[in-house]
Design a protein around this ligand. Structure first.
Ligand SMILES: *Cc1c(COP(=O)(O)O)cnc(C)c1O
Length: 422
């Protein structure tokens, strides 16, 4: 795809965009000039779908009108509420129905998955993670290692980019597995790196880990709703993600969890149990049947009954993804982000260095722009022009034009502001 740098070209791309009407289905924050801001922070907190409010109000009304009976008689009955996502949640990440459940939050799900899939032995107790790694994931991994009586200083292997490079090479992770695979219990990798925006070669890492007899899990915080995924076919053991970033389900939204079918069928896998993971046929036998019988599939990892008020915006949002489809969203996303890259590449100064891979297959929506001189003043300038992105120490500005509500004209305006800086 070749791009042009004038404003009318951006307007033409918007006019031709088959997804352009989705922007009207979101609330866009308005700047002091009365115009919508340039919202490039969908990788941090996605915007509110207009249907989210009515979805929450519906549950408040059903609660007022029906009380406890809304569990079965509500318009979206509460008792099986999590099943609303059985098909749509699975489609979103390329899973079979039953492999995905929406519950808890990301880090909680990561811990629950490690309870089942990090089963260290003296011979095999190490965990591999990728770098840079989000702090919450590091804390979770280190405390899991310590809980089992091992020393994170010895048991944690960090796969880093090579000296002078910003992103990780799959062959380097494979080399680590070749060297230490027999001692590695778990590989945990991002699907899309939060800092660099790199899409990891997930199928390749999954194959390599499994060849060495290691379990592998994915943190899809920056991948879910951003890039197409095929979790079932790739054969990953588990995956977790949050729903407030690309998935637009609101601050602290209920998160996602994938457990591959081959494990979902195994009632003997150790896990932390609660009544919502129990077989619904015996759940209400309560104290008469004190032994836990896990429900088959990812549902069997649920602990508590679902928070309905928090699930309602998630339902509204996932419906939008299901309607637009990840294939169409990805096609627009490649174009939007490609256009942004093109406009940055045209800038004469070498002040900016995009550290995100330039190959569209190796990135999602986000570009991470390293600003060589005075990055904080650049970030302040962007803020004063009502560009909403974010700054990551020491010198990286992350911007993510997203296909559901951003326009090519947003990208063009952003590039004008960026290139006018000094
Ligand atoms: C956003 C993000 C988190 C956030 O964790 P929560 O449990 O949702 O607070 C964790 N890990 C990664 C990689 C993230 O990008």
């Amino acid at each position: 795809m070749t791009f042009q740098s004038d404003e009318s070209f951006a307007q033409k791309l918007d006019a031709e965009d088959p997804l352009r009407h989705y922007r009207d289905r979101f609330h866009l924050p308005i700047g002091p000039d009365g115009q919508p801001v340039i919202y490039f922070a969908g990788n941090s907190l996605g915007l509110q779908p207009k249907t989210a409010r009515e979805a929450v109000v519906q549950e408040l009304e059903d609660w007022a009108r029906l009380g406890v009976d809304a569990h079965f008689e509500g318009r979206t009955p509460w008792y099986p509420y999590h099943e609303v996502f059985r098909e749509t949640g699975a489609r979103l990440v390329g899973a079979n129905p039953g492999e995905v459940v929406m519950m808890n939050s990301l880090t909680v799900n990561l811990h629950l998955m490690m309870v089942s899939f990090y089963r260290p032995t003296r011979e095999r107790h190490k965990i591999v993670i990728d770098w840079p790694c989000f702090p919450s994931d590091i804390y979770a991994v280190k405390t899991q290692i310590a809980t089992h009586g091992y020393d994170p200083a010895d048991a944690l292997i960090i796969a880093k980019p090579r000296e002078g490079e910003h992103t990780i090479r799959a062959e380097d992770v494979e080399a680590t597995l070749d060297r230490e695979g027999a001692q590695i219990a778990l590989v945990l990798t991002a699907g899309v790196n939060f800092f660099t925006g790199q899409v990891m070669d997930m199928p390749r890492l999954i194959t390599a880990a499994r060849q060495h007899g290691c379990r592998i899990g994915l943190d899809l915080a920056h991948a879910a709703g951003n890039i197409p995924l095929s979790l079932h076919d790739w054969g990953v053991d588990f995956a977790v993600w949050c729903s407030y970033k690309y998935l637009n389900s609101g601050p602290g939204a209920v998160a996602g969890c994938f457990v591959h079918e081959r494990h979902g069928k195994n009632p003997d896998l150790p896990r932390f149990a609660g009544w919502w993971g129990n077989d619904p046929d015996t759940r209400f036998k309560m104290h008469l049947l004190p032994d836990f019988t896990p429900r088959a599939g990812a549902d069997g990892w649920q602990i508590s009954n679902p928070p309905i008020m928090a699930m309602a915006p998630l339902k509204a949002s996932i419906e939008l993804f299901d309607e637009a489809g990840m294939t169409a969203l990805r096609a627009k996303s490649e174009k939007l982000t490609g256009y942004l890259q093109d406009l940055i590449d045209r800038m004469p100064s070498d002040q900016y260095e995009v550290i995100t891979p330039s190959d569209p297959a190796k990135r999602g929506c986000q570009l991470s722009i390293l600003a060589h001189d005075d990055p904080k003043s650049l970030f302040r300038r962007l803020q004063s022009h009502r560009v909403i992105g974010d700054f990551r120490e020491p010198n990286v500005i992350r911007v993510a034009p997203v296909p559901l509500y951003n326009t090519f004209h947003d990208v063009w305006r952003f590039a004008q502001i960026l290139s006018a800086h000094r």
